[in-house]
Design a binder for this molecule. Structure first.
Ligand code: ZN
Length: 396
């Protein structure tokens, strides 16, 4: 991910915030329009139709017309993409964006001259209606970047990210198949026995965060002290997000480089979230535990990992039906919920096979593919010596 710290001048900041406000307004209008949808009422307007509506709105409202059409149109596009992700089952339904929390906009059709380097550590990027905005040239800017996204995080920092579709990673050509399970105890478990842990905050950082939380509870509403605490908390959380993002990039590259076929659970995050919530009158069973699980799944960016894998290993990602993968013994294929002794341990009630629960599931996922089936038939996985040949995936 090529993300750079943007350093607008005090004069430029209001203009950037206005772009953010327009993008948010357009996005929220799309969300509202979508929320009015009822089955049998015909199709929802698509991207083209919404762009026509946007043009009409710009004609009617001068303040909207004064903003950038690119910024506003891209918000429509972002929403369309979010809906496509929702229908694909990898992401949740797009929701309202809030001021202060979701500040950002996207610029497309960038020309090569729209990004330039002015000194060793300083670059400039052209932003419609604002002009050249400086950013820290912390590493080379990808030349093929056609679009960029400007964001302001909760800590008040501005960033610019240049979007480059990741180049496909060549397959190793070994015929190796790996199963990847979305872990609960860990971020992802591989059928090779490797556990990938997404780095979060360190113990010290977590302690600092909870100290801030306690202080925040005591700070008077609207006080400057409260603002300072919130800012410090936002900085810590931004650090956590950055680490997770790096982890997904690294893990997806390592997997694409190390294996010919990558089998993942066909996980419907949307359905999981829905089933956990239930309705107000009839909350789903075990809501509390499931809700927590959902948060973990979503937070650890499983959807993001799968999306990146599909970019980097096009045609080599196989989605396997997730039913029973966590309750089936990979050795004797006996299915029993009791075999999952705990979140982390799997002990087969039929044959006594013991394994890490997530690794056992990952092996079932691998064996769920045609190619994985052949591998499983050639020899039992997890034998000593075999694992040594697998690439070492080291989570930072
Ligand atoms: Zn068994």
């Amino acid at each position: 991910m090529s993300r750079y710290r943007l350093t607008p001048t005090p004069v430029q900041t209001p203009g950037l915030l206005e772009h953010c406000a327009h993008a948010r307004l357009v996005w929220n209008l799309c969300v509202e329009q979508q929320s009015l949808y009822r089955p049998g009422r015909g199709r929802m307007p698509g991207f083209a139709e919404r762009c026509r509506q946007l043009t009409q709105a710009r004609e009617a409202f001068g303040w909207l017309r004064d903003g950038s059409v690119i910024v506003q149109q891209q918000a429509v596009k972002d929403h369309s993409q979010a809906m496509a992700n929702f229908f694909a089952g990898t992401h949740c339904l797009p929701t309202w964006r809030k001021a202060g929390r979701d500040e950002g906009f996207r610029i497309v059709h960038a020309k090569p001259g729209d990004v330039r380097r002015v000194s060793r550590n300083v670059g400039q990027v052209r932003i419609p209606k604002i002009g050249w905005v400086r950013f820290r040239w912390s590493r080379a800017v990808p030349e093929e970047a056609k679009s960029y996204r400007v964001t302001r995080d909760r800590a008040g920092r501005w960033h610019v990210a240049f979007a480059v579709a990741p180049k496909p990673v060549p397959a190793p050509g070994t015929g190796e198949v790996v199963g990847v399970d979305r872990g609960v105890a860990v971020s992802a478990a591989l059928s090779t026995g490797t556990l990938l842990r997404s780095p979060g905050l360190t113990e010290t950082e977590r302690q600092r965060l909870s100290r801030f939380e306690r202080r925040l509870a005591r700070a008077a509403r609207g006080s400057r002290r409260r603002g300072r605490i919130r800012l410090a908390m936002a900085r810590l959380k931004a650090r956590e997000t950055d680490r997770r993002r790096d982890f997904v990039e690294k893990a997806s590259t390592d997997l694409a480089r190390g294996f010919d076929v990558i089998a993942v659970e066909n996980l419907d995050i949307r359905a999981m979230t829905r089933s956990a919530a239930g309705t107000v009158e009839r909350p789903g069973r075990g809501v509390r535990r499931k809700a927590r699980l959902n948060r973990v799944v979503l937070a650890q960016g499983w959807g993001r990992l799968v999306a990146r894998l599909e970019h980097k290993a096009p045609g080599r990602v196989v989605k396997v039906k997730a039913a029973y993968t966590s309750r089936t013994c990979n050795v004797c294929k006996h299915v029993a919920a009791e075999s999952r002794e705990s979140q982390a341990r799997f002990v087969c009630v039929a044959c006594g096979h013991r394994a890490n629960a997530d690794v056992n599931a990952a092996r079932n996922i691998r064996d769920g593919t045609a190619a994985g089936h052949a591998v499983a038939a050639r020899g039992r996985p997890g034998m000593p010596g075999r694992t040594n040949r697998e690439p070492q995936l080291t989570a930072p």
